[in-house]
Design a protein. Structure first.
Length: 153
């Protein structure tokens, strides 16, 4: 399993990218964490932006408050939506973002399923959460998840 972590300042761009995949039926929203949902359970870019903006302070001490993670299981690993959701939740919790607002998308656009996670990486005061050794910690977390779910390395 490979995880790629990107940070940036453009929440709208990350949401549009994933929503375009949903609109073309190459992705779907698996779940959301600490997001305000519409009553019908559908997600729109505008509603998602409002939900993130409500939880993002006006004053930021970073230019990159946005987190966009792609988690790619081995092509031979067939996982249910529930397993992918569980993996995303555990990954985010262990990486230190479990209490942050985020959306998890399942993509099927490249011949194998994988997930994208879009969320905030700042606290309520606009300060970035601890990202010290984040890539190293991410690698360790994916190894633990591979063992737990009996996945290919």
């Amino acid at each position: 399993m490979v995880a790629k972590i990107s940070t940036g300042g453009n929440m709208f761009g990350a949401l549009v990218y994933n929503q375009n995949k949903v609109d073309s039926e190459e992705a779907k929203v698996l779940f959301s964490n600490k997001m305000l949902l519409s009553e019908d359970g559908n997600f729109s870019i505008g509603e998602c932006m409002r939900s993130f903006e409500m939880q993002m302070p006006v004053q930021l001490s970073t230019k990159k408050p946005i987190l966009h993670i792609s988690i790619n299981p081995h092509p031979e690993d067939v996982l249910t939506d529930q397993q992918l959701s569980d993996i995303a939740k555990e990954y985010m919790q262990k990486l230190g973002y479990g209490n942050q607002p985020y959306l998890v998308y399942k993509h099927t656009d490249i011949g194998r399923h994988h997930i994208h996670i879009v969320g905030l990486r700042v606290d309520e005061n606009g300060r970035p959460l601890n990202d010290k050794f984040e890539h190293r910690r991410s690698k360790q977390i994916t190894r633990e998840l591979e063992k737990k779910y009996n996945l290919h390395p």
